[in-house]
Structure formats: C-alpha cells, structure tokens
Design a protein around this ligand. Structure first.
Ligand SMILES: [Fe+2]
Ligand SMILES: [Fe+2]
Length: 145
C-alpha cells in the first residue's frame, strides 16, 4: 500500500471507531433511563463522557490527517512546560491519595467505595501516563537535548 492509501485506511478506521463511540453514547443514555441508582449512574455517565471524549480525539486525529497537520514546535512546548511539570506533581499526589485510600478501605466491607477508588486510581495513573508520553513527544522534538 502507498503512504496515501495507508493514511486513507487510518482515517476510515477512525471514522468506523467514531460510529462505535456514538453507539456507546446511545447505549449509555438508554441504560440511564432505567436506573436512579447513584453508583450505576456514575459508572454509565463516566463511560458516556469518555465516549464523547474519545470521539473528539478521533476527530482531532482525522482533522490532523485530512486538513490541519500538526506542527508542534519547541516554542509551543516551552510555553507550557513549566505548568505541565507542576501539574505532573499534582497527578503524582493523586495516585498517592488513591493508593492510601484503597489501603484504608481495605477490609472495611466498603465494596462500592473500593470499586470507585480503584477506578479513580486507574484514571489518575492514566493522567500520569499521558504526561509521561507527552514528555517523550517533547524529547523527540529536541533530539540533541
Ligand atoms: Fe471509547
Ligand atoms: Fe488527574
């Protein structure tokens, strides 16, 4: 396949994925009509918001390939890097808090709370991973640093 064909395939796959995210959002809203339970609603509402977010990110990738290529310059990165490093420390503290709380609820018969805290820990670890990956993107921009 030519490079152009590969890129068209990527865009087509992303658009297929967006259809799944749309189906996920409709599925979440029909589940939400059936329950007032705060725990169940929180789970489904979270997945619904994430599906919207995933859809938006897929669109960003599509747009970057179809009309607006990314250009991330060292200046772009430099303008926010101090802020990101400070933010990184906050994200590390959130992982510590989630881990501490998981230890505290352990053995307390707080199953639902334990479940929600496990979710928060995974999500905070994800934020940490996103910023770590961004650091690698930044380092690729400074190959001689
Ligand atoms: Fe998704
Ligand atoms: Fe976070």
């Amino acid at each position: 396949m030519s490079q152009k064909e590969v890129q068209e395939q990527i865009v087509a796959d992303l658009k297929d994925w967006q259809k799944i995210e749309n189906a996920s959002m409709s599925s979440c809203s029909s589940i939400l009509e059936k329950t007032d339970h705060p725990l169940l609603r929180a789970v489904v509402e979270t997945i619904m918001r994430d599906s919207q977010n995933h859809y938006n990110i897929q669109q960003l990738i599509v747009d970057s390939m179809e009309k607006k290529p990314f250009s991330l310059t060292p200046e772009d990165v430099a303008s926010v890097w101090d802020g990101i490093e400070k933010h990184n420390r906050l994200e590390k503290r959130t992982v510590e808090m989630a881990t501490k709380l998981l230890g505290e609820v352990k053995g307390q018969h707080l199953t639902a709370q334990h479940y929600l805290l496990r979710y928060l820990l995974i999500d905070e670890e994800k934020h940490n991973a996103m910023l770590d990956m961004l650091e690698k993107v930044k380092n690729d921009l400074y190959p001689y640093a």
